[in-house]
Design a protein around this ligand. Structure first.
Ligand code: 3HC
Length: 322
């Protein structure tokens, strides 16, 4: 079969052989290429969940925009929350190239059918939580998402490049908030420590269930959507944050953390997977608030969608008439 034969001119068997060749050669599948249904479904699932996470993730941080402790902090936080909106939009666009509509994805999110990251179902009662989200949550996001820049599906991988650059800034701003608090008054130091105590375990759980209980990992890795397993990325994250916590002067709330010379990694303690499963079932501390607020925002935005549709219809009519 010639390399430039268009997909539609190939039999299903030839198209599958070409798909396998592209994956084996570490090249990219593009929207116009033939792809197995299961590959398309897996991508729609992962990319739409990822997009929803970015959009829902605006809520716990948006909570602090009006109460940021200075004008500078407020400007930085607003920019960061706007970045998350942008990430959601790139990712929804990448998912749309696979044939799912934006309305459908939004409907799945607000009806509670679609998943989004467990981490955004926790509350942000103190300013230090903005630091912890930046350092731990965005730090975990970077560990998980940098390999996704090499995802085999072109639009996803390309969207991830810019997202990761912005996440890197987010991680540093969170680290800097915690450093400032940690070196401040005793009350500020204690607030930072209390916040890290709450966010540490949920951040580790962001990487997903242990490999032995991850039904999607093996196939996603074979398709080069995921490049590393959940546990490998979790370990990479722990290895990154242990020395960083020392620079911050904060402790990680896990007595099992110690350097393992033999493994060349830090050991860490067991995580509460019952809590993770409860959050996934919609019974986390803030699940209902997050969905309710997202639904409210969607309802409040109805007039914008109607106005945009009316404007597009008028433009179309004028274009047809000219
Ligand atoms: N939260 C919610 N659901 C999760 C989860 C989490 N932290 N981790 C896993 N799950 C779900 C999976 O979606 C899957 O459910 P499904 O089959 O119904 O979709 C189930 O648990 C089993 O997990 P698997 O390990 O088999 O699933 P995956 O192979 O898809 O791996 C993943 C899960 C590692 C999260 C992977 O989907 C991934 O890398 N996704 C892209 C990154 C992403 O979505 N990150 C979310 C955070 S975004 C973010 O942090 C924004 C930033 O601004 C901070």
């Amino acid at each position: 079969m010639a390399k430039n034969t268009p997909s539609f001119a190939l039999s299903e068997q030839e198209a599958l052989a070409r798909f396998d060749e592209i994956i084996a050669a570490d090249e990219r599948i593009e929207p116009s290429d033939w792809m197995p249904d299961a590959y398309r479904k897996t991508l729609i699932r992962q990319i739409s969940q990822h997009a929803h996470s970015e959009i829902i993730g605006m809520q716990p941080e948006g909570n602090w925009i009006t109460r940021a402790p200075s004008l500078k902090r407020k400007a930085i936080l607003m920019a960061k929350v706007q970045d998350e909106a942008g990430h959601g939009l790139y990712l929804y666009s990448a998912a749309q190239t696979l044939g799912i509509g934006r309305d459908q994805m939004t409907e799945d999110l607000i009806s509670g059918k679609a998943k989004y990251s467990s981490i955004f179902n926790y509350h942000t009662p103190t300013w230090a939580d903005i630091g912890s989200i930046g350092w731990l949550v965005d730090g975990a996001a970077i560990c998980n998402q940098v390999p996704l820049c090499r995802a085999s599906y072109g639009p996803y991988g390309r969207a991830m490049v810019r997202i990761c650059k912005e996440e890197s800034f987010h991680q540093r701003q969170g680290f800097e908030i915690l450093l400032h608090l940690s070196r401040g008054s005793k009350a500020q130091h204690d607030m930072a420590q209390e916040s890290v105590n709450r966010w540490y375990a949920p951040a580790l759980m962001m990487f997903g269930p242990p490999d032995a209980q991850s039904p999607n990992s093996a196939q996603s890795m074979a398709w080069k959507i995921k490049r590393f397993s959940n546990d490998d990325l979790r370990q990479r994250f722990v290895d990154m944050i242990v020395p960083q916590s020392e620079v911050l002067g904060l402790t990680l709330p896990d007595r099992a953390i110690r350097w393992n010379e033999k493994r060349g990694h830090f050991d860490y303690g067991d995580l509460d997977w019952d809590e993770f499963n409860e959050v996934l079932k919609g019974r986390g501390p803030a699940n209902s608030i997050r969905l309710e607020r997202r639904k409210q925002a969607h309802d409040d935005g109805a007039w914008v969608r109607e106005a945009a549709a009316a404007y597009a219809a008028r433009e179309n009519k004028e274009a047809m008439a000219s």
